[in-house]
Design a protein around this ligand. Structure first.
Ligand SMILES: [Zn+2]
Length: 270
């Protein structure tokens, strides 16, 4: 079976030194591509470099809502330069109001700029939304339908909002949180997503899935995640919504290929 990890952070200093073996294990597990999202200007170049070194890495450039206060005065120009010179997508970007002291206006301004670039440059966008769903829906209404599909990563919203996002042109991505035995909300969201709209991710190196290990430790949630865990997430996700794993995985693979199509097409032209 073939897989695409639709959201991870391979530039992260906790795993970057071991990238070689991580890529080998991903390949062995059938993971053909991994979308690797930068989080701030500081790691744009490393994200670009690793995607040149390993063609299975699809680079994404963007400012994560947690790091909006790191932006330089010419961040827009820097971002656009990476996006227009390297076949890539936009992200990780979004809004996160979990921390009540976060600068919500700055987050919104930065996020809206990413959304306008996604429309203008027709690039896939990798979106993070936490505790900001009403605001997100409000913003989406202003932007209208996206012609190039984007995705909402590690979906944590309710099932009833899914049709709004699908209509706006988005795919819904599920992470290892779908493997949490207590994750009823995420599972009901997964059930609600159209079969041609769900994708999977690890969010490496975070969100280690609930996979029982062979030793006496049981679940090892403190471990660093990696793309090779996608098949295990797919297996648990498909069984939790009562779908045949093989058919589910084939759907996920085709959906991710459609989602990232513009990146593949640009690479072919190079
Ligand atoms: Zn992430």
């Amino acid at each position: 079976m073939q897989y695409i990890d639709s959201h991870c952070h391979l530039h992260d200093s906790r795993i970057n030194q071991n990238l070689g073996p991580i890529i080998v294990r991903a390949k062995r597990a059938g993971v053909r591509y991994t979308a690797s999202c930068s989080t701030m200007e500081e790691n744009f170049e490393l994200t670009a470099q690793i995607s040149q070194q390993y063609p299975s890495i699809l680079p994404f450039f963007g400012i994560h809502p947690w790091f909006v206060d790191t932006i330089s005065s010419d961040w827009k120009q820097t971002l656009e330069t990476y996006l227009t010179t390297i076949p890539s997508g936009i992200g990780e970007t979004g809004i996160d109001f979990t921390d009540k002291s976060a600068n919500q206006d700055l987050q919104l301004g930065v996020f809206k700029y990413h959304l306008s670039l996604a429309k203008e440059l027709e690039l896939p966008i990798n979106i993070h939304v936490r505790k900001a769903w009403d605001t997100f829906i409000h913003v989406l209404k202003k932007f209208g339908k996206f012609r190039t599909p984007g995705m909402i990563h590690s979906y944590s919203g309710s099932a009833d909002m899914i049709p709004i996002f699908e209509k706006a042109g988005f795919y819904i991505s599920f992470s290892g949180s779908v493997t949490n035995p207590g994750a009823k909300k995420v599972v009901s969201a997964l059930k609600k997503v159209s079969q041609d709209r769900f994708v999977l991710e690890t969010d490496t190196p975070d969100i280690y899935p609930y996979i029982e290990q062979s030793d006496s430790q049981g679940f090892q949630l403190n471990r660093l995640n990696e793309p090779a865990n996608i098949p295990a997430i797919a297996q648990i996700a498909s069984s939790r919504i009562g779908l045949d794993c093989e058919a589910f995985c084939e759907n996920v693979y085709q959906n991710s290929k459609t989602l990232f199509l513009s990146i593949f097409e640009k690479r072919e032209k190079e």
